[in-house]
Design a protein around this ligand. Sequence first.
Ligand code: SF4
Length: 328
Amino acid sequence: MNPVFSTWQRELAEAFSSVDALCRHLQIDPQQLPLLHDYKQFPLRVPRSFVDCMGKGDINDPLLRQVLPLAAELEPQDGYGPDPVGDLAAVTETGVLHKYHGRILLIVTGGCAVHCRYCFRRDFPYGELQLSSGRVDEALAYIARHPAISEVILSGGDPLLMSDAKLRRLLDRLRGLRQVRRIRIHTRLPVVLPARVTAGLLQALSHHEIRPLVVLHANHAHELSEAVADACRRFRQHDISLLNQSVLLRGVNDDAAALMALSERLFAIGVLPYYLHSLDHAAGTGHFEVSDALGKQLIAYMQNHLPGYLVPRFVREQVGADHKLPLA
Ligand code: SF4
């Protein structure tokens, strides 16, 4: 191991990448599971911090279900495909997706700390379309040619896989464009690998008056350990606001108790629930689908039992639509 690696990079390098090793660690017999045996195309990847939040011996653990490659991924599903939300048609420059008025999304990396089996970008051609350092000038020129753009969203992959220095350079260049008033970072890293929230990262985010809004991605209250709570506390100490988006997933959070516990836990650690997405129809993810009817019932139940600010907006991303479509 390279001695200059920081703690989070070391943990990332040591993430589980074998189903057998993961099952052994969790005291699960892999024979009990309908596994996908050849998962090289979208490999297993899950950091130890996230695995530590899973229950031992539980093949139905809601966190395990999110990362375990199952044979069901090979079942053909009508309406499921490699580009479920029309990303490719929205690419205007390498690494730039322009779908909605006033904001653009930058694909700043193709890597993630965890591989979520339901991921809507699991087949995204990152190799050709991610924003490499050599393409940043073109992305900035695109923004400058479109003065209506006032918000830039860093996405991927996971933007917090960038080094602190590289992230800071990109943020500072965006901050230098007078038209950019808001920057958002969509990330799952503080949830699955909270050691990523280092002093260097916090400095890169908060040294300028334009502080990015950090939108986390957690689907179940069990993901939000004390280490995650501590990472969120450090963001807030640096005046960084936190929202969360989730995906409604069969066998993970498709019941009212799980969704309410998630909202309550998010609030307890200083994060507001923002979106609950219906599943994007990416090839290989059909076994996670929850009907819209059930989703609406769950939201109605939450509305009857929680204050409005703890009920996420239940939405779907529709190809070609001008904004996300509210479902409830
Ligand atoms: S962290 Fe996000 S982009 Fe990465 S695999 Fe999970 S859902 Fe996909």
